[in-house]
Structures are given as structure tokens and as C-alpha cells.
Design a protein around this ligand. Structure first.
Ligand code: NAG
Ligand code: NAG
Ligand code: NAG
Ligand code: NAG
Ligand code: NAG
Length: 428
């Protein structure tokens, strides 16, 4: 099978250098997370990786049942090793101790302090409408660790064997499947439904067709995007990990058209990587720094009062909930105060009810809650736009043009992220 796929790969014509991967929505104790589905190893195995927009490398837990005839450590002093660690002296990017290594010596990725490995990766090609044959990448670079298990706190350990790094790096997953690593283009569309997946597009600027035949690339607004390295401290374990995450310039937040008062300093990223607005697929809900959160909740409550919405006992971790019976609904979700993120270039990202509120149905309970949580004082990023707010929005990360294309809710255009036609066709 691997040979046959390799044979096909040799005949991929340049016009089919675009690839896709389904993104499934899963839950850990009712908290959503997003999983990229691809093929890894020889022979190829379907593999589920946690989608991580900030991680610079893909990491896989290689200790669990990892069998592949093409898996190996990147050798010390190899040209691949030098491109992974271009600024390291030749003696420091290698670890010749055999203790941790699968083979004696190996190329070490700093600051992760783990060996660089390679194996085969395969993704379906696409014409923007359907998937085609698989395209194979022989030397896909990743590291071995159980970081995904740590992020999911040990849940889903059976199904999720690693995380797919989409952060700003020559060795992110999008960069490695791109023809131009430093100017790669990828797009994400997270499904709001656990029963039908959304999709990631790689190396494709347009079209992005969703049933019934809507090219979503026609409905994008653009704003500058800034990749920025940040150290994330886990306060519980007091450990640090590094991300090269994507930031956008939000200059104000309006609720029903009225701007809330925000200390502007919080909205810019400083030299130490503090502040600003980050996009995250590993935060299920949007997180606001305490003072922004407080102002937001007050303004949202005031506007809700004007709209005659009566709040009920909030359900943790949320602060504002309404009885579902008291809230009217449209195809854009519950009818609640509109939230607008106003970008530095004055374009607006409207967050409709479907993205701002989450429905909680339990025994004797049916409520809509505002899916925005308190980030506490001095969090690393002041505003983190999380997964629930991204669902059924298409986001295009164009790293060459340094801009983010965003669609706002696709429900406005009578389509959604689960509407890609996954019927495989013959492309070449
Ligand atoms: C190991 O992987 C093989 C091939 O995917 C599978 O058939 C087997 O059940 C796995 N074993 C364990 C213990 O997960
Ligand atoms: C890497 O190559 C350099 C120059 O060829 C050599 O001096 C050095 O010992 C090598 N390092 C290792 C760990 O093999
Ligand atoms: C490491 O060695 C390679 C060749 O083996 C050389 O091209 C590269 O410049 C060296 N890097 C440093 C930092 O010395
Ligand atoms: C919310 O309403 C209260 C009481 O009417 C008012 O004092 C406060 O200024 C309002 N806050 C905002 C942010 O509109
Ligand atoms: C999905 O794509 C296949 C192949 O092009 C096509 O035959 C089928 O009609 C499409 N499905 C829908 C619902 O349009």
C-alpha cells in the first residue's frame, strides 16, 4: 500500500499541491477540543492529533505502540538537523548519549530538549471541492512526547496520540506540507457539531467550496496577523512551554454597537510577549483578562436587561446564563446582545449568538450561557479567542501576506464548516 501511494505521489502535478485534513470535534467532560485526522507511519495508519495553533512542532507519543518501517531519529550533523537548529553550534544540537535515544545520538530540538524524528505523513490532495488521492511526505519532522496527553489531562489518551503543531515555524505541520515554508497558507474551519467534521486546507488560497456550492473565499475580511513567541507558564505545575502563536490587532470590543472601556495597553503585545489578542484552538472558550472581563460582563448584562433577557443561576465556568425558554432563536443562534471585535484596520468580526453562547442541557436544566471566561489578573495574553467562538467561521492564515482572512459565521451564508464534500474523487 505504501509503495502504491508513493507511486501516486510521484505523479502529483504542481496544480495539485493543495491538501486537506478533517477536523473532528470531541469532548472531555463536556469541554470541547478539536482533532486533526491524518495518516502517519509505514504502512500508513489513521492518526488523530490534537489541533494546536501555537505549537511549533508536531509531537507524538512514540512510547505507545509505535511501529513503522520509516520511523527514525534525525542524525546528528545531518543537513536536516542543521536546518532544525540553524543557530546551534554543531556540538550542542546533538545528544550522543544512548540513554534516551532510539539509536546512538540524535538531533535535539531546543528548548523542547527532545529528539527530532521523521516518519511518513500523508494527506488527501484537494481541488477545493472534494478530496483526491493521498499525497505522501517522506520526511515529516516531529518530536516524541506526551504533551497532548498532558494538555488533555490524560483524557482521550487512547485515541489522541499527539498534537498537530500549527504555530509559526519552518517545522509546523502547515509549513512542512507547503511548497514555500516561510510563506505558507492554511485555513481552518472548526465544525460546531461532534457528528460531522470541519476541515483544514493547506497550501490553498482559494477556492474553499462548501455545500451547496458556496466558495467561502469570496466572503473573507482581512486583518494583519502577527506571529509572536510566548512562554506559557502552567501555574499548577510551574512549568514553561513555548509557543509561536498568532495575534491579531483587536482595538475595541463593542456590545450592541457600544464600545466597552478597555485599558489600551492590554491590547498590544509588549516585548516580553505579554498582552494582545491571541487565537487559540486549545482554549475551548474565549478568555479575557480580569478588567476586560469585568467591563464585558457589566456591559453584556446591561444590554441583556434592555433586551428583557432574565438571567438564571450561572453554570460554572460561566457567569451569565439564560433560561432557554426565555431566549428567542434564529438561524444565527440565540438572540442575545451582539458582540463585535473591531480590528486595528477597522474591519469588524461579528460574534453571533451561536458563537457567543453555549447551550447546556442537563437533568431539569436547559440554559444558554455566555461562553466567555475570566482569565484572571495579568494573564500572558489579554484576550484569547477560543474554539467555541471559531466554530463555523473560516480562518485563513496567510503567512506570506501576513494577514488573517476571517468569514465571521458561515451560517450567514447558509453553509457551515461541516459542509465540505468529503466524497473522494480522482484528481490526477
Ligand atoms: C498496536 O497497533 C496495532 C496496529 O495499529 C493494533 O492492531 C494493535 O491493537 C495496537 N495494540 C495496542 C496495545 O494498542
Ligand atoms: C559534527 O561535525 C563537526 C565538523 O565536521 C565535528 O567536528 C563534530 O565532532 C561533529 N559532531 C558530532 C556530535 O558528531
Ligand atoms: C555545522 O556543520 C555544518 C557542516 O557539517 C556547517 O555547514 C554549519 O555551518 C556548522 N554550523 C555551525 C553553527 O558551526
Ligand atoms: C450598566 O448599568 C448600570 C446601572 O444602570 C450603570 O451604572 C453602568 O454604568 C452601566 N454600565 C455599562 C458598561 O454600560
Ligand atoms: C459530492 O461530490 C461528489 C463527487 O464530485 C458528487 O458526486 C456529489 O453529488 C457531491 N455531493 C453533493 C451533496 O453535492
Amino acid at each position: 500500500m505504501a509503495l502504491c501511494i508513493f507511486f501516486i505521489f510521484l505523479f502529483i502535478s504542481p496544480s495539485f499541491s493543495a491538501f486537506i485534513a478533517p477536523i473532528a470535534k470531541r469532548h472531555v467532560q463536556s469541554t470541547p477540543f478539536y482533532v486533526l485526522k491524518l495518516y502517519l507511519k509505514t504502512p500508513l495508519q489513521p492518526t488523530d492529533l490534537l489541533l494546536h495553533l501555537g505549537a511549533t512542532f508536531t509531537t507524538v507519543d512514540c512510547t505507545r505502540n509505535y511501529t513503522s518501517t520509516t520511523f527514525h531519529v534525525v542524525p546528528c550533523n545531518s543537513s536536516l538537523c542543521h536546518s532544525i537548529q540553524p543557530n546551534q553550534a554543531n556540538t550542542t544540537n546533538c545528544d550522543i548519549s544512548t540513554e534516551k535515544a532510539v539509536v546512538p545520538g540524535g538531533c535535539v530540538i531546543l528548548p523542547h530538549n527532545s529528539f527530532a524524528h521523521v516518519d511518513s505523513l500523508a494527506l488527501p490532495t484537494t481541488n477545493g471541492r472534494n478530496p483526491g488521492q493521498l499525497g505522501l511526505f517522506n520526511d515529516f519532522v516531529f518530536t516524541c512526547s506526551d504533551e497532548s496527553s498532558r494538555l488533555l489531562q490524560g483524557h482521550a489518551k487512547k485515541e489522541i496520540t499527539g498534537l498537530a503543531g500549527f504555530g509559526f515555524s519552518k517545522f509546523s505541520l502547515p509549513a512542512q506540507v507547503s511548497t514555500a515554508a516561510s510563506s505558507s497558507v492554511f485555513a481552518l474551519c472548526l465544525s460546531g457539531s461532534s457528528s460531522a467534521p470541519g476541515i483544514a486546507f493547506f497550501n490553498q488560497i482559494k477556492p474553499y467550496y462548501f455545500l451547496p456550492g458556496i466558495d467561502v473565499s469570496d466572503h473573507l475580511n482581512y486583518t494583519p496577523i502577527f506571529p509572536y513567541p510566548i512562554a506559557i507558564t502552567n501555574r499548577r505545575t510551574n512549568t514553561k512551554r513555548y509557543e509561536y502563536a498568532y495575534f491579531i490587532g483587536v482595538k475595541s470590543i463593542n456590545i450592541n454597537g457600544k464600545p466597552i472601556i478597555i485599558n489600551q495597553k492590554l491590547l498590544t503585545v509588549d516585548q516580553n510577549g505579554n498582552g494582545g489578542t491571541k487565537i487559540s484552538t486549545t482554549n475551548p472558550y474565549t478568555v479575557l483578562e480580569r478588567s476586560i472581563f469585568t467591563a464585558f460582563i457589566e456591559a453584556f448584562s446591561n444590554e441583556s436587561n434592555i433586551m428583557k433577557l432574565k438571567s438564571t443561576q450561572p453554570i460554572r465556568p460561566f457567569n451569565i446564563c439564560y433560561d432557554a425558554d426565555d431566549v428567542s432563536e434564529t438561524h444565527m443562534g440565540p438572540n442575545v446582545p451582539a458582540i463585535d471585535l473591531v480590528m486595528q484596520n477597522d474591519v469588524i468580526w461579528r460574534v453571533w449568538g451561536k458563537n457567543s453562547m453555549v447551550r447546556i442541557v442537563e437533568e431539569g436544566l436547559d440554559v444558554w450561557c455566555l461562553a466567555i471566561v475570566d482569565g484572571g489578573v495579568r494573564p500572558t495574553s489579554s484576550l484569547v479567542i477560543g474554539g467555541h467562538q471559531l466554530e463555523d467561521n473560516l480562518l485563513q492564515f496567510d503567512l506570506g501576506a501576513k494577514r488573517l482572512g476571517f468569514s465571521s459565521s458561515l451560517l450567514q451564508h447558509k453553509t457551515m464548516c461541516a459542509n465540505f464534500n468529503f466524497t473522494t474523487i480522482k484528481l490526477f
